[in-house]
Design a protein around this ligand. Structure first.
Ligand code: NAD
Length: 482
């Protein structure tokens, strides 16, 4: 692992590394040292115009949308090898700019490659054109690419998050403009190098990291046909409003407040560490984190004690140290937000049973202890709002029906898990939970099958054939009256 990361001086536009339009730079700050570790050019609207124009040109006149899906798949299939060549640098950038620990960093490239691998085989599973017959006519249903896609992304896992959006978009024949978050642009720009090496035609892939204003400019851009957004629900609502004004297509991957439901028949000694990990991994900065733990009331005390015991074993520290489990959170402002939620939890009467503060001996870095609240009811702020920090709440229930009602009593609906030895019971519970994914006796974000949210967790799906469909327009070619 390196002790530093690279800076970039250019954006990737129209198949080349192009100088920015302005002279200002944006610093990249390490969440663990609070020091500037790299910088990138500060994007202006002129840079976004250049990227969008390149993508528009490539879509309207270039070969990419006109190639067969199988021909496009050959280019997509070259991406994983290029990402693999840069896997160490991608992992290194994740530790430095995101503050994620090494063991998570090591998955970044392979996680992204699952998406590229899957996208490269979509044409074998999906018919881009099929004959349709009806009472007095026949024709063809043709799935055409939606056009120029702009993707707006968060900082918490740049390389997989970008890949999950653009791999299916490119498989569909779209051209893309990628706007990574300014907090963590370096991993994204390394991915752009991999994509450049894979050999997409000029203008098919463009990348300009930038701040919120740049995101707003992109979301409102008249030459963009579709916005694929991942981020907070508040920003997603603004993006959707911008798209509504010009009826642009939009998909949203937003926040979550997902639940683990623990049935009465399960062994808590072995489950407690899993429940903690599912909630606080990556310092809780995972949209699908299971931050509410629902447990039968008479077992709450035992579970809380076991979760506390496990939390005490988690090393919070420098992401570059081998045994670190939790790194810092992304910014000082985010730590203050998390601490305000912790204070609110105490104020509203929840019992703080572990953590709640900053780890001892760390004068630099935006660290937060893993934090556990018990005695929580589902109407408390800490049970309702997405904290995006290592804070987990335990909520007791008196019946399975009540557990289902509590799990579903949320503005969000992204993920979840049910733990029960009786798998039939677990399935019965899981079928009643209103979330885009729900796991039984495990927890994973499956990215090669539809992933996305009910309710305020989003709109649309990513991954698999349903993810591809989000980047296609069905067109009926008809030979007789319908
Ligand atoms: P954020 O909403 O602040 O920013 C996300 C991206 O949107 C950034 O690139 C930002 O520059 C841009 N942006 C912000 N406001 C905008 C606006 N009004 N118009 C256009 N662009 C705008 O979120 P964040 O703090 O970077 O990320 C954390 C959030 O992302 C959490 O809520 C988390 O749940 C969510 N998230 C969701 C998923 C998912 O797949 N559902 C995955 C990762 C993160």
């Amino acid at each position: 692992m390196h002790t530093s990361i690279r800076s970039f001086d250019h954006f990737f536009i129209s198949g080349e590394w192009r100088a920015p339009s302005g002279a200002q730079r944006t610093p990249v700050i390490s969440p663990s040292t609070e020091e500037e570790i790299a910088s990138i050019p500060r994007a202006t609207s002129a840079d976004i115009d250049a990227a969008v124009n390149a993508a528009r040109q490539a879509f309207d006149f270039g070969p990419w949308p006109r190639m067969s899906p199988a021909e496009r798949a050959k280019v997509l299939a070259r991406v994983p090898a290029e990402i693999d060549k840069r896997a160490a640098e991608i992992a290194n950038s994740f530790c430095h700019e995101v503050g994620g620990p090494k063991f998570i960093a090591s998955f970044m490239a392979s996680q992204a490659n699952k998406m590229w691998g899957d996208a490269a085989t979509l044409h074998q599973r999906f018919k881009f054109e099929e004959r349709r017959e009806w009472n007095n006519g026949h024709g063809y249903l043709i799935f055409e690419p939606v056009g120029v896609v702009a993707t707006i992304l968060p900082w918490n896992g740049p390389v997989p998050t970008i890949s999950l959006k653009i791999a299916p978009a490119l498989a569909a024949g779209c051209t893309v403009v990628i706007k990574p978050a300014p907090e963590a642009p370096i991993g994204a720009l390394i991915l752009a190098e991999a994509l450049a090496a894979a050999g997409f035609p000029r203008g098919v892939v463009n990348m300009v990291p930038g701040d919120r204003e740049i995101g707003e400019y992109l979301a409102n851009h008249p030459l963009v046909d579709k916005i694929a957004f991942t981020g907070s629900t508040a920003a997603g609502a603004k993006v959707m409003a911008a798209c509504a004004r010009r009826i642009a297509r939009v998909t949203l991957e937003l926040g979550g407040k997902s639940a683990s439901i623990v049935a009465d028949d399960i062994d808590l000694a072995s489950l407690a560490p899993t429940l903690v990990n599912n909630a606080v991994m990556h310092s809780g900065q995972i949209c699908a984190a299971l931050t509410r733990v629902l447990v039968p009331r008479h077992r709450e005390e035992e579970l809380v004690a076991r979760m506390c015991d496990y939390m005490a074993t988690l090393k919070v520290g420098d992401p570059l140290e081998e045994d670190t489990v939790l790194g810092p959170v992304i910014t000082s402002a985010q730590r203050e937000r998390i601490e305000a939620y912790i204070a609110k939890g105490i104020e509203e009467g929840a019992r703080l049973v572990f953590g709640g503060g900053r780890p001892a001996g760390r004068s630099r870095g935006w660290y937060v202890q893993p934090t556990l609240f018990s005695g929580v009811n589902n109407s408390m702020t800490i049970a309702r709002e997405e904290i995006f920090g290592p804070v987990v709440v335990v909520i007791p229930f008196d019946s399975i029906e009540e557990a289902v009602a509590i799990a579903n009593d949320s503005e969000y609906g992204l993920s979840g898990a049910v733990y029960a030895r009786d798998v039939a019971l677990a399935e019965k519970i899981a079928r009643q939970i209103r979330t885009g994914q729900i796991s039984i006796n495990s927890w994973d974000m499956c990215v090669v099958q539809p992933f996305g949210g009910f309710k305020k967790s989003g709109l649309g799906r990513e991954g698999g054939i349903e993810g591809l469909l989000e980047y296609l327009e069905p067109k009926l070619l008809q030979f007789a009256k319908c």
